[in-house]
Design a protein around this ligand. Structure first.
Ligand SMILES: *Cc1c(COP(=O)(O)O)cnc(C)c1O
Length: 376
């Protein structure tokens, strides 16, 4: 009966594509072009097409993508130092870092406790005239309620940026659209991460920005390449924040399989939802008005003591779990005292959440995890 369920084994994740990845790497090696070549172009085109955005710029990683978006908005005069940016309190710290680095002020807001994402209703009471942008993080692969956010942004004249690091391929209800639309094309710009453990992962670091705004895309492309608007002509003091050809080639292979990867995660989540039946365990909300892509499947326990016991019970039965995230950004040593307002939901969630394995599970693994949970 006892088996092992790893949280995520990246060797297994990539073994599905191993032959194609090796062939793609060979093509790059033999091309003699390792930056800003054919693979980057192909990758940018397929990512833009996959979410319906007009422009895509490949970047060094997800943090780099976010930094480039906010830096470009500053260069274009649409944001300025000291402006506040709304950000969810319970996100990964990389959502905060580019803001503080650029002299913007993160205003962390509690998520809706049910969806664990920020929404218009939760943000509105905290808005003054200092907030100029909202960073909508589609946390754990569940899209923010974008219809409400888009209305709020329009009413207040704010910028809406998506942190789509965890939600490639997800769909949210969107304004002016009957049904749902793909994340990555629901605000003024979106950042993607292809960290190896993300739903689509590179074999190293990589990221991207998508947008429909040509001026923004051109500025980001220049900033990512030392700030050059043409060769050796530096419009900005930029960065070296490019994607490399090998990673772009790896991602072209893996993007092709995005819908299968998403379907596999959705299958595990649906099975967990059906089979997990334990009063002590709160399951994540399944919302059929959107397409959730389950970067993480995050359940909640009563408190941190119950969570420790729960994790130990699973571990004794060979099941690995993780916590996303144990310490919220505003309580990290680097950001102590950052929150202007109390963040009770964020702090409560940090003490109770636990992520179950969801990558590379077959139905038997999923049934096993659910049955172990049901005996807790
Ligand atoms: C992973 C992640 C990032 C950062 O991406 P990297 O590629 O690791 O730099 C940013 N935001 C969120 C929500 C993430 O999960």
């Amino acid at each position: 009966m006892s088996r092992k369920v790893e949280f995520q084994n990246l060797e297994i994740t990539n073994s599905r594509f191993s032959k194609e990845l090796k062939e793609a790497a060979d093509r790059v090696i033999d091309s003699g072009r390792y930056l800003r070549g054919r693979a980057t172009q192909d990758f940018e085109k397929s990512l833009a097409e996959s979410c319906g955005a007009k422009y895509c710029v490949g970047t060094d990683n997800g943090l780099g993508a976010l930094r480039l978006i906010f830096r470009a908005l500053i260069e274009l005069g649409r944001l300025k130092k000291g402006d506040k940016v709304i950000v969810p309190g319970n996100t990964f710290i990389a959502s905060f870092l580019p803001l503080t680095e650029l002299g913007l002020r993160p205003l962390p807001i509690d998520p809706n406790p049910e969806t664990m994402c920020i929404d218009a209703g939760g943000i509105a009471p905290f808005l003054s005239d200092e907030e100029k942008a909202i960073l909508a993080v589609h946390l754990y692969g569940t899209p923010c309620r974008m219809k409400g956010l888009a209305e709020l942004v329009k009413e207040r004249g704010l910028l809406l940026i998506e942190d789509n690091a965890q939600a490639i391929g997800a769909r949210a209800e969107a304004p002016g659209i009957n049904g749902s639309a793909l994340t990555g094309n629901l605000g003024h710009a979106a950042a993607f991460s292809f960290y190896p453990a993300k739903n689509i992962g590179a074999l190293g670091d990589a990221g991207a920005v998508t947008t429909d705004d040509k001026e923004l895309a051109d500025t980001i492309r220049a900033l990512a390449n030392y700030g050059e608007s043409s060769r050796y002509h530096n419009e900005y003091c930029g960065y070296n924040s490019r994607i490399d050809e090998i990673q772009a080639a790896m991602l072209c292979v893996k993007l092709y399989y995005l819908k299968y990867e998403t379907a596999a995660r959705r299958r595990v989540a649906a099975l967990y939802d059906r089979l997990i039946d334990n009063q002590a365990v709160v399951k994540p909300l399944i919302d059929n008005d959107m397409v959730q892509v389950w970067h993480q499947y995050v359940v909640r326990l009563e408190d941190s003591v119950a969570r420790d016991r729960f994790r130990r019970h699973l571990e004794e039965n060979g099941i690995e779990t993780l916590i996303h995230y144990p310490v919220p950004a505003h309580l990290q040593p680097c950001y102590k005292g950052l929150a202007e307002y109390p963040l009770p939901v964020t702090e409560d969630l940090a003490g109770r959440v636990v992520s179950l394995p969801i990558a590379n599970l077959d139905d038997d693994d999923t049934r096993y995890v659910a049955s172990v949970i049901n005996t807790f």
